[in-house]
Design a protein around this ligand. Structure first.
Ligand code: SF4
Ligand code: SF4
Length: 446
């Protein structure tokens, strides 16, 4: 048996093995995309309260300057993604559909777009509270897709003790290679960010979990580990959805995050590799998050790759640079399992967009999707990594028994990984049903 096979952590039961489709972009180094002439910065790119504008139309701003402040603890600020002049603060198209309050920036074409704003910090002198405040000042949110403010995850309640930071380098979604390239190219920043996270939560060790289909990333990280043994890297089995917080913690530490609970209740804080690499780069320089790495791939794009893109760049501009002749209904922000369809080509790339998947007419059917009745084959039950009963949940959803789904069948534990829909031979869009059921329950509770 090969050494990697012997060393890797096996992990959780169930899950699926979809074709990974990463070959096209995983070997392509990160390249910067040109600055768009006009950028749109939504005030809400995160879970929590929208940011509050600090600027007005006609005001000049320099790249990296704060343009909106956080509105309380569960919120993050926004920074100018380019040097230019504020054109408007208005409702603008968003990826989800409804227009969103945004700051519109006209970019100065002749500017060299250096970051001119920053307040450097000496890491060794920062207290835990200084780090949490400093991370909030960067405007960082989880770059894996959820958009949860990073500083909130680092603020562990006093009554809980965290001994381990788990760093998520799995990137188990098909097509996505953003985290893979960051582990290869921003390795030192990742180690710095990991040290910062350990200090913020008071953890004595960190484990970076990487799927074993990325041996180059495992080797790159191993080569940069500090010699004190406090940070380690472990290969984990390549299987979807290995990158979910609950499953990765189970795989690496054999600990359970309680149902409806937080990772710190299991003594853990989980952060994505890209998030920590950005913290490692931005916090010491005291700069804001104004750009991110995005995998752009799929059969409908001529120049696929991993691109450094300014936050607020309109999707239409991105696709014009890379060659695309299609429409918005062929685009997904994120991967095919958990990503969301894009409602408008005028929507901007925001902080939580890890990938743009560009499909073609022959990969997106014009026909309405056909589904058949449940044949009780049990494949969804065998696939669900949380051991839920998607078949039963689907039948209850069809009867609109949403409260029974939550009360008796653990609907709220479902993290919408899509394994059940992926394996269903009847084509039942189970995960869509579960999203609708949860949102209706949330509305009823409110
Ligand atoms: S979407 Fe929910 S129910 Fe379906 S497999 Fe994933 S966790 Fe289980
Ligand atoms: S996989 Fe589809 S058809 Fe089979 S039991 Fe589940 S819902 Fe029914």
């Amino acid at each position: 048996m090969p050494l990697l096979e012997m060393l890797k952590k096996r992990g959780f039961a169930h899950g699926v093995h979809p074709p990974n489709n990463k070959d096209v972009t995983q070997g392509r180094p990160i390249r910067r995309l040109a600055f768009a002439p006009r950028m749109v910065v939504p005030l809400s790119q995160h879970l929590g309260r929208p940011a509050v504008p600090l600027v007005h139309p006609g005001q000049e701003v320099v790249r990296g300057e704060p343009i909106a402040r956080a509105d309380g603890f569960l919120s993050v600020p926004m920074h100018a993604p380019a040097t230019g002049v504020i054109e408007a603060i208005d409702l603008m198209p968003s990826a989800k559909g409804p227009k969103a309050e945004s700051i519109v920036l006209r970019v100065y074409a002749g500017d060299n777009q250096q970051v001119l704003y920053g307040a450097p910090r000496e890491l060794d002198t920062l207290s835990r509270q200084d780090i949490i405040e400093g991370v909030q000042d960067t405007g960082m949110v989880g770059l894996g897709g959820a958009g949860f403010p990073t500083h909130v995850k680092l603020a562990v309640p006093r009554q809980h003790t965290v001994d381990t930071v788990v760093v998520n380098g799995c990137e188990c979604e098909p097509f996505l290679t953003t985290d893979h390239r960051i582990m290869l190219e921003y390795t030192e920043a990742l180690i710095t960010g990991t040290r910062i996270a350990m200090k913020a939560v008071g953890a004595e060790r960190a484990i970076i979990g990487v799927e074993d289909n990325k041996p180059d990333a495992l080797a790159a990280i191993r080569a940069k580990l500090p010699g004190n043994g406090l940070i380690s890297v472990e290969a984990v089995e390549t299987k979807y959805p290995q990158g979910s917080e609950k499953l990765l913690v189970k795989t690496l530490l054999d600990r359970e995050i309680p149902s409806g609970g937080f990772p710190y209740e299991a003594g853990v804080v989980v952060q994505n590799v890209a998030t920590l690499a950005y913290i490692g780069a931005l916090l010491p320089r005291g700069e804001g998050m104004i750009e991110r790495v995005v995998t752009i791939t799929g059969p409908g794009v001529k120049k696929p790759g991993n691109y450094l893109i300014a936050v607020g760049t309109p999707l239409r501009f991105v696709l014009e640079q890379l060659g695309f002749t299609g429409s918005a209904n062929q685009l997904i922000f994120g991967g095919p399992m958990m990503g969301t369809s894009v409602a408008s080509l005028d929507a901007p790339v925001t902080k939580a967009v890890s990938a743009i998947l560009v499909l073609t007419e022959d990969t997106v059917s014009e026909e309405p999707e056909r589904t058949y009745p449940c044949i009780h084959c049990g494949r969804c039950v065998a696939a669900c990594p949380l051991h839920l009963n998607p078949s039963q949940l689907g039948l209850l959803a069809a009867k609109r028994e949403y409260e029974v789904m939550a009360g008796h069948y653990h609907l709220n534990d479902c993290f919408e990984c899509g394994c059940c829909s992926y394996v269903c031979p009847s084509g039942i869009p189970l995960v869509q049903y579960f999203r609708i059921a949860k949102s209706i329950n949330r509305e009823r509770a409110a």
